[in-house]
Design a protein around this ligand. Structure first.
Ligand code: AMP
Length: 380
């Protein structure tokens, strides 16, 4: 068991986005101090941190100095350079470990890790050259999805291929890639699991995720799946956290097939957009779990208090001017979260809403009505 870092200790956070911001809110409510290291100034996390250090991740001296000034280091996204984490680890504990970051920041490594553990995956193959691509498509069939191995999220760096001809014409600069069979899923779900330094772990109720243009649009909890599917999803997430020897939070995105079988899409070694419901709807939020895990405290209960739904607020919502916050807030049990971003670009995650209901269906209808009210000004 790792020693407990008492409230008042200083947590270092790499990355300055909204996940970091919500992590800081949880850490502060428990009395911790948080320093943020992020290349940009005035980041969503930096705005509310004790200290924001705006330097490049590969600025060795800045990374070392930052790490010397904190009691433990964590991160809010996985694309922190390996070198940065190695420098930091010479001065403070890094949780989750750099090894976990290394696996999850590259799709090919992640799939190799999962395949070695016997976890169910879509048919896939590594692709660097045109010859690899043709051979890979021979295994996956068409349609298939070509994804960059690194720096892909929200569908960025993804292309759908429908034929050998398209594959032959495909520009393979910017690789390496993985090619995956397109999965005929009936639902996308995620399981968010937290694991402490003592190996104790807890899993949230499984989330049902609806995407629009490859970006998460809404999450409904509990997922409307058969109980055995939810149990299996949690078991898979638990087993992965165990195999990674994770200290922190892990999100596992999965596809549900018609027959109830699950295939793993991807991992994130951190709180996730699909787990935002836990802030308002659970005894302990995913962000508080990260704080507890990295500070060596026992984990909190992940119990869901009421069925709920979360809807993302993308920059598109600002296309006709400021959304009508009063109309959305008129429904007293809709919670509004905004991330402090000033430029509402299309597709940019600006905030989210959470609503409750006596059933997942009702919660989903309420959150969609509240989001619509932001646009129309008509109260739900
Ligand atoms: P990713 O960035 O890999 O999570 O992909 C973003 C979204 O694209 C997923 O949530 C799915 O909706 C879709 N997608 C990704 N990979 C596949 C696949 N192999 N088959 C079908 N849909 C996929």
């Amino acid at each position: 068991m790792s020693p407990v870092l008492a409230p008042g200790s200083r947590i270092g956070l790499m990355g300055g986005g909204q996940l970091g911001r919500m992590f800081i809110l949880a850490a502060r409510s428990m009395g911790y101090r948080v320093n943020v290291f992020v290349p940009e100034a005035d980041s969503p996390a930096g705005q509310i941190a004790d200290r924001e250090v705006s330097r490049a991740y590969l600025d060795e001296e800045a990374v070392r100095e930052f790490s010397r000034g904190v009691d433990v280091l964590t991160f809010e996204f996985e694309n922190i350079p390996r070198q940065t984490v190695q420098w930091a680890a010479e001065h403070c504990e890094v949780r989750p470990s750099g090894g976990i970051l290394h696996i999850t920041q590259n799709r090919a490594r992640e799939k190799e890790f999962l395949a070695a553990g016997g976890f169910p995956l879509p048919t896939w193959a590594n692709v660097t050259t045109a010859a690899d691509l043709v051979a890979a498509a021979g295994r996956t069939g068409y349609p298939a999805i070509l994804k960059t191995a690194s720096f892909g999220y929200d569908g960025k760096g993804q292309r759908r291929l429908n034929s050998d001809e398209e594959a032959r014409r495909c520009d393979l600069s910017g690789g390496p890639f993985v090619l995956e069979a397109q999965v005929p899923f009936v639902m996308e779900i995620s399981a968010v699991v937290a694991r402490g330094g003592d190996g104790q772990s807890v899993c949230y109720p499984v989330c049902e995720n609806l995407h629009r243009n490859h970006i998460l649009d809404t999450t409904v909890v509990p997922a409307r799946v058969a109980p055995e599917v939810a149990v299996r999803a949690a078991e898979l997430a638990w087993a992965m956290a165990e195999r990674l020897d994770l200290v922190g939070v892990l999100t596992v995105e999965m596809f549900v097939l018609q027959d109830g079988k699950l295939l793993v899409n991807e991992l994130a070694p951190r709180p996730h957009n699909s787990g935002h419901f836990s802030i308002d709807a659970c005894v302990t939020s995913q962000f508080e779990q990260q704080v507890r895990a990295v500070c060596g405290l026992p984990l909190g209960s992940p119990e869901l208090l009421r069925p709920c739904a979360m809807a993302n607020l993308l920059g598109d919502l600002w296309a006709d001017g400021e959304p009508d916050w009063a109309a959305a807030a008129a429904s007293g049990d809709v919670k509004i979260h905004l991330y402090g971003k000033t430029e509402p670009r299309a597709g940019r995650k600006m905030g989210h809403l959470t609503a409750f209901g006596s059933s997942p269906d009702e919660a989903l209808a309420r959150v969609l009505a509240a989001r619509e009210a932001l646009r129309t000004g008509r109260e739900p």
